[in-house]
Design a binder for this molecule. Structure first.
Ligand SMILES: Nc1ncnc2c1ncn2[C@@H]1O[C@H](COP(=O)(O)OP(=O)(O)O)[C@@H](O)[C@H]1O
Ligand SMILES: [Mg+2]
Length: 205
C-alpha cells in the first residue's frame, strides 16, 4: 500500500542538531501522534513536511510524490495548523474558516464551529476572540479545506481541559482512521486519548 507520508533519514541542524536520521511513515487514512517534549524538533519537522523549511538531507514523500524543495506548500495537498494560530485579521471568523474551501458551504462551516465549541463567533474578527478560540478557528479552517493530509502542530494546547476533551472526542469520532492526520503534541494525555499509533521524538543532546 502506498504511504501517505514517507520520511526517510531526515537531518536538520540549526546552531545545534535537531533532527538526526529521523524516519516516519504513515498509511493513507491513518491518524498518528508525534509525541515529544518541547524543543525536540516537532515543529521543525512539520515545517519541513509542509515545505516551509528545508532539511539538510533525507527525503520526504507525500502520497507517493517526492517533495523536493521546489514544491511549494500550496502544491503539497496538505492542511497545516501552526502551533501559533495564524488567522487573517481582516476577515471575520467564518471567512477565515471558509478560506481554503473549494465550495464555501455555510452549513459545513457552522457545523464545524459547533463541533469545535466556537459556535456564535462567526462574525467576530480574530482580535476579538481568545487565543484558545483562535486555535480552534485555525483547526476548523484546516478541517474545512479537506486536503489529503492534515498536519496538526499542537492544535489543542492552551485550551481549557473540558473543551480540549470535547475537541479530542470530535476528532476521534469523525476523523480517526478516515483521514491521514499527523497530530503533534507534547502531551501524553492528548496522545493517549486519541488512542492511535504514537511515534516518539527525543530531544537531541
Ligand atoms: N528557525 C530556527 N533557528 C534556530 N533554531 C531553531 C529554529 N527553529 C527551531 N529552533 C531550535 O530547534 C529546536 C527544536 O525546536 P522546535 O522544532 O520548535 O521543537 P518543538 O516543536 O518540539 O518544541 C529548539 O532547540 C529550537 O530552539
Ligand atoms: Mg513545537
Amino acid at each position: 500500500m502506498q504511504k501517505a507520508i514517507e520520511v526517510t533519514n531526515l537531518c536538520k541542524r540549526y546552531s545545534q542538531e535537531v533532527l538526526k536520521n529521523f524516519s516516519l511513515s504513515v498509511n493513507e487514512g491513518e491518524m498518528v501522534v508525534l509525541l515529544g517534549e518541547s524543543g525536540c524538533g516537532k515543529s521543525t519537522f512539520i515545517r519541513i513536511l509542509a515545505g516551509l523549511e528545508n532539511a539538510d538531507s533525507g527525503s520526504v514523500c507525500l502520497n507517493g510524490i517526492s517533495m523536493d524543495e521546489r514544491i511549494p506548500p500550496n502544491k503539497r495537498n496538505i492542511a497545516l495548523v501552526y502551533q501559533e494560530p495564524v488567522l487573517w485579521n481582516h476577515m471575520p471568523v467564518w471567512k477565515n474558516i471558509a478560506y481554503g474551501m473549494a465550495k464555501k458551504d455555510k452549513k459545513v462551516i457552522y457545523e464545524l464551529m459547533d463541533a469545535l465549541e466556537i459556535g456564535g463567533l462567526e462574525k467576530r474578527f480574530p482580535e476579538e476572540i481568545s487565543g484558545g478560540q483562535a486555535k480552534r478557528v485555525a483547526l476548523a479552517r484546516a478541517l474545512a479545506a479537506d486536503k489529503g493530509i492534515l498536519l496538526l502542530d499542537e492544535p489543542l494546547s492552551n485550551i481549557d481541559e473540558k473543551t480540549k476533551l470535547k475537541n479530542l472526542e470530535y476528532l476521534v469520532q469523525n476523523y480517526k482512521d478516515r483521514k491521514t492526520i499527523l497530530y503533534v503534541t507534547h502531551s501524553k494525555m492528548e496522545a493517549d486519548f486519541l488512542g492511535c499509533r504514537q511515534i516518539r521524538m527525543d530531544v537531541r543532546e
